[in-house]
Design a protein around this ligand. Structure first.
Ligand code: ADP
Ligand code: MG
Length: 683
């Protein structure tokens, strides 16, 4: 691939300050020495003083300066954890919460889960003794339900505030309110070098504490022409760097697990072919669903003579800092939730990143020495096609979840909630409407008894409603399993390229009548029958760790279902009962077969297709409900279940009227049978 260099990301340090890369790799510092070498360390006393003097403080510092791992420790050392009070620190990402907690426990010489712990959805790794608690922003939101004044905390750090996730944005409003009647609570809003003034304005002119950056210059390279296949371009660029450039590790930004696995396979294959003609290249993935022992590997030092190449999702953009990265490869994309407030359709889409994001990525290359960033797009595209900033999540996602939560916190007037950036009016209105249709709110917009029960579940309102509906249809065992499997859905089946045919056959053997929900149920139940065998997973191309996670999630859900006093009962052979329970939750996502053989969503007439991996792909039932939409080249429904239109009138009479549900088709429908995956788009 041909690159052109056009500009440079300026550093605060010159080339003369630069250590030799080999020095960095050789140097073995003790953990305490490492702590003292971080950019934040010289500011320890000043920072503590500022916290002492101000109730709310904005902390701004370059990624990797030590904000996340050090500030909670400084506060702990300064005595903020007396009288059983905790220092809390929120993270937008699950992986980051786990990883930094592990790191901090290690630095403090404590066992993870004792003094230092973390709490993420479906997993609580804290104890009575925990004084430093990392958690996802979503978990802190849920803590408001049981402890509305956050009484057990002396300090709360809203970290990675610049990420502007939906949950972080909601926290801003809630926490600002709490600060007024809890003068003893200290609040820190911590962010990378973005948006600090905006945060300060929002928090009544709170002072900004700036940690001066340490950054080496980064040379930026662009491709001469656009790259058609950016995964392949990544692989080629990695090898180009590996054979032509000096020592230093490589960080590659991909959009998700599937892309990472594809790149990993291709790269492994090509390096194997090159054999001993090239130096050793360690290829390490990092993404949310990766088990934590594998995640920890990215932090292990690179052996002398070798080079490390990390294939990461956005998580490595600012949440996690990996030392010794000298080369960054940036294809320029990320996966984002996108939401159409008119149709209520939500889907995961791969979109171009913003300029702000591109510059954060490039910055990862200049932390320990001057670096290079290879952008797999043209300089023209950077200038003309990328937005300046990423739109905050609150302005582009479904708000059903947080509206339900805020309502349960007694916040009724959402229009006047103190938002940093308000969500679009239609989005808020639609969330209220959906909650009304689900029966969570009454016509006055007040929480119903059902709504209160739904809010007990840390899942989307539709999923919560499905779980609660399992009571009526006496199939809680099955619905809980389906919910757990859906929460890990895309990662259940394993499909290595070189064994694709075997993997597809194995997958098809699990297909069950009625749709993918039943297929997932079948996989789980068979796994239970083998006594949770790893070997069985391996033989059947099932991802064992996804199954283990499903089992954990299931266990938690069972606890929650019992807490709202629903008995665990099984109704295994009643496909109608199970189907109706799913419909009771997900009736919004109904689509109907159209004359052309495609599907149209019932209320908005949008064209959608069955995902080629679905068990229903060759069946084409008249009516179906999808679990989620993924947009690749077309809008695909992933995880679909066949239903009867009459069920919709039974479970959602407020929402559907008989005239919505007339069959538009009377003739026998065309089938997808015989078409190859390639013809239909292999995704
Ligand atoms: P910031 O929050 O300012 O971006 P961090 O506190 O996350 O900075 O990182 C400070 C340092 O701690 C970095 O050098 C990073 O490599 C190191 N670090 C963070 N987490 C881990 C981990 N799990 N293992 C090893 N090192 C880590
Ligand atoms: Mg951080």
């Amino acid at each position: 691939i041909d690159f052109v260099q056009t500009n440079q990301l300026a550093g605060t340090k010159g080339i003369e300050d630069q250590p030799e890369v080999s020095d960095i790799q050789k140097k073995k510092m003790s953990l305490q020495e490492t702590r003292k070498s971080l950019p934040i360390f010289p500011f320890r006393e000043d920072l503590l003083q500022a916290v002492e003097e101000h109730q709310i403080l904005i902390v701004e510092g370059e990624t990797g300066s030590g904000k996340t791992t050090q500030i909670p420790q400084y506060l702990y050392e300064a005595g903020y954890c007396k009288d059983g009070k905790k220092v809390g620190c929120t993270q937008p990402r699950r992986v980051a919460a786990m990883s930094v907690a592990a790191r901090v426990a290690q630095e403090m010489g404590k066992k993870l889960g004792n003094e230092v712990g973390y709490s993420i959805r479906f997993e609580d790794c804290t104890s009575e003794r925990t004084v430093i608690k990392y958690m996802t922003d979503g978990m802190l939101l849920r803590e408001f339900l049981s402890e509305p004044d956050l009484q057990s905390y002396s300090v709360m750090i809203i970290d990675e505030a610049h990420e502007r996730t939906l949950h972080t944005d909601i926290l801003f409003g809630l926490i600002k309110d709490i600060a007024r009647f809890r003068p003893d609570l200290k609040l820190l809003i911590s962010s990378a070098t973005l948006d600090a003034e905006k945060f300060s304005d929002f928090f009544d002119e709170a002072p900004i504490f700036r940690i001066p950056g340490r950054r080496f210059p980064v040379e930026i390279f662009y491709t001469k022409a656009p790259e058609a296949d950016y995964i392949d371009a990544c692989v080629v660029t990695i090898l180009q760097i590996h054979v032509t450039q000096d020592a230093g590790d490589i960080l590659v930004f991909l959009t998700g697990q599937e892309e990472i696995e594809t790149a990993l396979e291709s790269l492994t294959e090509r390096t194997r072919r090159l054999g001993t003609r090239i130096k050793e290249l360690l290829i390490l993935p990092i993404y949310a669903n990766l088990p934590s022992d594998m995640q920890a590997k990215i932090f292990e030092p690179t052996p002398p003579g070798a080079r490390k190449c990390i294939l990461a999702t956005n998580i490595a953009e600012t949440s996690l800092t990996i030392d010794n990265i000298i080369f960054v490869i940036d294809p320029g994309f990320c996966k984002q939730n996108s939401y159409n407030a008119r149709t209520g359709m939500e889907s995961l889409v791969v979109v171009p990143i913003s300029k702000a994001s591109a510059n954060q990525r490039a910055g990862r290359a200049g932390r320990v020495a001057a670096g290079k960033c290879f952008r797999l797009y043209t300089a023209w595209a950077y200038k003309h096609e990328l937005e300046e900033n990423t739109v905050p999540e609150i302005q582009r996602v479904n708000l059903g979840n947080v509206v339900l939560l805020l309502k349960s916190l007694g916040i009724n007037d959402l229009i006047h909630f103190d938002f940093l950036d308000p969500p679009p009016h239609e989005t808020l209105a639609l969330a209220l409407e959906q909650l009304y249709a689900l029966g969570a709110l009454n016509h006055m917009g007040e929480l119903t008894k059902l709504g209160r029960r739904m809010a007990e579940f840390p899942v989307d309102p539709m999923m919560a409603k499905m779980l609660l509906a399992s009571e009526k249809y006496k199939c809680s065992e099955e619905i809980v399993t389906i919910a757990a499997m859906l929460s890990v859905n895309s990662a259940v089946f394993y499909r290595p390229k070189d064994k694709a045919i075997h993997a597809d056959t194995a997958r098809k053997n699990f297909f069950s009548p009625g749709g993918d929900h039943f297929t997932l149920l079948n996989v789980y139940n068979q796994w239970v029958d083998t006594d949770f065998s790893t070997q069985w997973c391996f033989e059947n191309f099932i991802q064992h760790r996804s199954m283990r996670r499903a089992r954990d999630v299931r266990e938690q859900l069972v606890g929650l279902v019992e807490r709202v006093e629903i008995d665990m009962v099984s109704n295994k052979d009643d496909l109608v009962a199970i189907g109706k329970a799913v419909t009771a939750g997900f009736f919004y996502n109904t689509s109907r077969l159209s004359k052309t053989g495609g599907y149209k969503t019932v209320k908005h007439n949008q064209t959608v297709l069955i995902h080629p991996n679905s068990s229903m792909f060759e069946e084409l039932p008249r009516w179906l409900i999808y679990h989620e939409l993924v947009f690749t080249t077309k809008e695909y429904m992933r995880q679909v279940i066949q239903i009867e239109n009459s069920w919709l009138l039974e479970v959602a009479p407020h929402y559907y009227k008989a005239k919505d549900l007339e069959d538009t088709t009377t003739r026998k429908m065309p089938k997808n049978k015989g078409k190859s995956r390639a013809e239909l788009g292999d995704h």
